[in-house]
Design a protein around this ligand. Structure first.
Ligand code: DGJ
Length: 743
């Protein structure tokens, strides 16, 4: 692995055995982009890769050279106002209103490892030799300010991580109105764009569409990364699929507003960028101050979408998620939300907990409704004191009862919110976001606390610390149930207002940082009305996240399938809930609900007392199964095999599998969403097994070598060689789990 610099030719070559990324100082002093793709041999000069042509109409003719048009050249971090007509990576507005800047190459620095980003989540290294970082220092001599482009390349992964740092060293203050984390110019546009789109209850559906001339984008302007789009996009060659082909992934380590876009120009080149959404963003950088963007993680794969996802899984599971729980087996939990909603008392909770303990569950989570006067969603957020009517001996009392049953105890909070009806809002009406001279929108009867103010973050931190410190609490579910609408921080000056969206997220990160440091052994699970803030930024603080409020056994397959594009299954909170399902009113078999939830952190969200004895026995067996398999499931390699979104299985079926790190065992799941009629023969080609190893397949009386399972496939048709392969596969919403172990 290396970063090779050719000073004479101005070439910076970042490379490892898998990828190369080549940058060059252009004749005008700005930075150009020459190549990104599979590793290529280094050489003194790659300047010939800078394609040019006579562009007479182009406004930028540098030094009389009509072939030098910034509008047509591939660049690293382009600017508006010096001849490029495409979208810029950043924009600076000076005091005189001018938005023209030009940052020119000054020098570079290389160091082993990777630095933290102040106040922001970031991928980290555990040893300096895992990665090397290049910082390119650029300067605008007119505003006497610097721009540092930061690139970290990992040694053993096709990963480059990028961010940008602006520093005002001049005499005049200026404003950043746009500051992307990454801009990637590519020589052609023959890609499909893949993103994860959806809505509440159907988060992260896979959305694939051909790139066309102009801009195509995804975004959030809701103050959180959102149910609607995830801060991720991939460029996939048209012939690439899950198993093979070229894919470039871009994932933003950030939880707030974002913009990710691909722009195809008239010459067929492609500009991709991702970063904080410019809408509502205006950051004044005063003399001596700086601004750092969140980072973006770029993954290159020649092994198709699965190849890309597996790199993200590995990196995010081991070098983004942190702390005590990162590598530990996650507790199997029961959450009372769908069992009781807010209608509970200590006895009801204890009856669910007792049954859970009896069946082998390890953690009980008390959800919304334990504090203030909260019997419905109209009151009490912000008043983080237990309701004595429901919990006469407080949180400590219930936590002690649960822990005496042999389970750990967890608690729900919604730290960033305050109810209109609450003592906190009465005392501090100025602590909410919104303008005091007009009505403030109260989504779900609640306001968003102004986390751009340190005193608000500190106050909520004190309340939470008091509760967490007073009782045996080992888990926190951190919820967030409304988007930000009224963007205004009362009592702060004009200048502060353009920073509020970003400062809000920095405030959330600050609180997470404080609490995870104060309670390092507490497991944090993030949540935002289900999966409304399921992103890499939050994963840095909370190693697992509630993926969706849709717990339907069939819907959940689609949600987890899409989520797996970027996120490791150890981060995907998934539970078995009651039927008929509370969101879709559908009845799916208990076994199918569990089959899907095994490919996540696993838990239950129902009153187990209401199950029949037979069902309780089934639950007991599911818990035993998960305890036996979770270690390898969470650390193994995940492969998507059949898509519920695309191709001939769309809407009808999905399949995936996990292979253990030593490739000696695997678990395959086939989800039949709709039962076909008089179905044809069916084989499923497996992945990731060792070709020379002989495997036992749980549901048949013969063994197979890995190569056969991967090349000839596993017969899924009802009959194989006169023997029925599975008695349970008939009917809608059926899942089939196939355990595969080497002899
Ligand atoms: C939304 C979450 O996604 C649910 O699981 C539950 O915690 C509710 N909020 C509680 O208000």
């Amino acid at each position: 692995m290396a970063i090779t610099i050719h000073e004479n030719t101005g070439i910076f070559h970042l490379h490892n055995s898998l990828i190369s990324y080549i940058i060059k100082t252009m004749p005008n002093g700005q930075m150009g982009q020459l190549y990104y793709g599979p590793a290529i041999r280094d050489r003194e000069d790659f300047s010939h890769l800078m394609e040019r042509g006579h562009r007479d109409m182009a406004p930028c003719i540098f030094d009389g050279d009509t072939t030098f048009s910034l509008e047509h050249l591939k660049q690293e971090y382009p600017v508006f106002g010096t001849g490029d007509m495409r979208y810029p990576a950043y924009e600076i507005r000076r005091e005189n209103g001018s938005c023209i800047t030009s940052f020119l190459y000054k020098g570079y620095q290389i160091y082993q490892g990777k630095k933290e980003l102040p106040g922001l989540p970031a991928v980290y290294v555990e040893s300096e030799t895992e990665a090397v970082t290049l910082e390119l220092h650029l300067e605008d001599p007119v505003i006497r300010s610097s721009l540092t482009l930061v690139y970290t390349i990992f040694e053993a992964l096709p990963v480059i991580i990028r961010s940008a740092r602006f520093q005002n060293q001049g005499e005049e203050d200026w404003e950043l109105t746009r500051a992307m984390s990454i801009c990637l110019d590519l020589p052609d546009s023959d890609y499909d764009m893949v993103d994860l789109a959806g809505a509440s209850l159907r988060e992260r559906y896979v959305d694939t569409h051909p790139i066309h001339q102009g801009v195509q984008s995804i975004h959030s302007m809701r103050g959180h990364s959102s149910h609607q789009f995830n801060p991720f996009l991939a460029l996939k060659r048209r012939d690439a699929g899950e198993r093979a082909g070229e894919v470039i992934g871009i994932s933003l380590v950030y939880s707030g507003n974002f913009l990710a876009q691909a722009e195809m120009d008239t010459m067929g080149t492609l500009r991709v960028m991702a970063g904080i959404h410019p809408q509502g963003f205006l950051w004044r950088v005063k003399r001596g101050e700086s601004f750092v963007t969140p980072e973006a993680v770029m993954v290159y794969s020649r092994q198709g979408l699965n190849g890309m996802s597996q790199v993200y899984h590995k990196l995010y599971r081991t070098r983004l998620a942190r702390g005590y729980w990162r590598d530990r087996e996650r507790p199997i939990l029961i959450n009372n939300w769908e069992a009781t909603y807010m209608d509970f008392d200590e006895e009801k909770i204890c009856s669910i907990a007792r049954k859970a303990a009896e069946l082998g569950i390890e953690l009980f989570v008390l959800d919304d409704g334990w504090f203030g006067e909260r019997d419905d969603d109209t009151s009490s957020l912000g008043d983080w004191q237990p309701n004595p009517r429901k919990l006469p001996r407080g949180i400590r009392g219930i936590a002690e009862k649960v822990t005496a049953m042999g389970m750990a105890f967890g608690l729900w909070f919604e730290p960033e919110m305050v109810s209109r009806q609450s003592r906190l809002y009465e005392a501090h009406p100025d602590w909410v976001l919104g303008s005091t001279d007009r009505p403030i929108c109260a989504g779900r009867h609640q306001y968003v606390l102004d986390f751009s103010k340190d005193e608000v973050v500190d106050y909520i931190g004190d309340q939470m610390e008091a509760i967490l410190g007073s009782s045996p609490i080992s888990y926190v579910k951190w919820d967030m149930n409304r988007s930000i609408s009224d963007l205004f921080s009362a009592g702060r000056d004009r200048e502060h207002q353009g920073t509020v969206y970003h400062r809000q997220i920095l405030g959330i990160y600050k609180l997470y940082d404080r609490l995870t440091k104060a309670f390092p052994k507490v497991l944090f699970e993030s949540c935002a009305s289900g999966g409304g803030r399921f992103d890499p930024g939050i994963l840095y603080y909370a190693p697992q996240g509630w993926a969706s409020d849709d717990t339907d056994g069939a819907e959940r397959v689609k949600i987890q399938y899409g989520t797996s594009y970027v996120y490791p299954i150890s981060s995907i909170g998934s539970h078995v809930s009651a039927v008929p399902n509370h969101q879709t009113f559908r009845r799916t078999p208990l076994s199918s609900r569990a089959a899907c939830a095994y490919f996540g952190t696993f838990g239950y969200e129902l009153d187990l007392n209401l199950l029949t004895e037979e069902e309780q026995e089934e639950v007991k067996e599911q818990i035993r199964f998960m305890k036996e398999h979770r270690k390898f499931l969470h650390s193994g390699t995940f492969y998507r095999l059949r898509s519920p979104f695309e191709g001939k299985t769309a809407g009808k079926e999905a399949a995936w599998m996990v292979v253990s790190q030593d490739r000696r065992r695997a678990l395959v799941a086939v989800f039949r969403l709709l039962q076909p009629v008089n179905a044809g023969y069916d084989r499923l080609k497996l992945e990731g097994l060792c070709p020379e190893l002989e495997y036992r397949i749980c549901d048949r009386d013969y063994t197979c070598f890995g190569d056969e399972l991967m090349e000839a496939g596993l017969i899924l048709s009802d009959w194989a060689n006169g023997v029925r392969t599975s008695p349970v596969v008939q009917g809608d919403f059926r899942a089939r789990l196939i355990e595969i172990d080497s002899l």
